[in-house]
Write a protein that binds this ligand. Structure first.
Ligand code: NAP
Length: 248
């Protein structure tokens, strides 16, 4: 049976690129999505058509019952070896003195709790302490951690700062239990996330200010994630890798 990879927010963007790459490397992939069923099912069908194994599974990472359902679906595919905590959101540009508690709760629930709870469930399955065979987790941080995103979304930058601390702490907590935990910090990557933050032209507008004078692709980020998950990175844990073309 193929080892299983679970990618939260796997239906689009960086998550979808991870699903494709991990499937090509022989993983049975759980393609999680929040609302875009058509995109997730189309990606799962593409993987199956290419000879791989995949299941599209709806679930909001901020809702514990949904996360439990997601892991039940992963268990049905085989043994979980890999988790990518990719699901994440931005919000409309705003200053901190304009941010509602509703906005903050949504941001922190999805971006922070939505990585903690899937990791908790993954550790229960992967840790040698729990009878598992080990595994690897990669968290999606952001170059926004060091930039702070003033006037745009300081809440988003702070949520990713939490992900960095989470990565370092969790990596050390489970290092002796066969689990490696790392993070990537993408820079400006060409995905739908910018439109969802009310700024569809963002990539084109900032392109010239980027060190490489170009944005990154989801596939480029997925390559870094895939390497961190692989045995080639067997002595890498607690690392936070900038995949930002020099930004941040
Ligand atoms: P994206 O294109 O907006 O895709 C987001 C994915 O997450 C979609 O699959 C979406 O599902 C899913 N999702 C959203 N909310 C969810 C929830 N509550 N529960 C489960 N899934 C949920 O995003 P992206 O640009 O690929 O970003 C992926 C990750 O990289 C995020 O953590 C983001 O913060 C980080 N990142 C991105 C950039 C960038 O420039 N793109 C830069 C730095 C960091 P649906 O399709 O169902 O909506």
């Amino acid at each position: 049976m193929a080892p299983v990879a679970l990618v939260t927010g796997g239906s689009r963007g960086i998550g979808a690129a991870c699903c494709r790459l991990l499937a090509a490397k022989g993983y049975a992939v759980v393609v999680n999505y929040a609302g875009n069923k058509a995109a997730a099912e189309s990606l799962a069908a593409e993987i199956v058509a290419a000879g791989g194994s995949a299941a599209a599974v709806q679930g909001d990472v901020a809702v514990e019952a949904d996360v439990l359902r997601l892991f039940t679906a992963a268990d049905a595919l085989g043994t979980l070896k890999v988790l990518v905590n990719n699901a994440g959101v931005v919000d409309m540009p705003a200053r901190v003195d304009e941010m509602s508690v509703e906005r903050l709760n949504r941001m922190f629930s999805i971006n922070i709790v939505g990585s903690f709870v899937p990791s908790r469930e993954a550790i229960k399955r992967m840790s040698t302490k729990h009878g598992g065979q080990g595994g690897a987790i990669v968290n999606l941080s952001s170059a926004a951690v060091t930039l702070g995103a003033p006037g745009q979304y300081v809440d988003y930058a702070a949520s990713k700062g939490a992900i960095d601390s989470f990565t370092i702490g969790l990596a050390r907590e489970v290092a002796a239990e066969g689990i490696r935990v790392n993070a990537v910090r993408p820079g400006i990557i060409d995905t739908d996330i910018h439109a969802s933050g009310g700024w569809p032209d963002r990539v084109a507008q900032v392109r010239d200010s980027l060190p490489m004078k170009r944005e990154g692709t989801a596939a480029e980020v997925a390559q870094a994630i895939s390497w961190l998950l692989s045995d080639e990175a067997s002595y890498v844990t607690g690392a936070i890798l900038n995949v930002s073309g020099g930004r941040g």
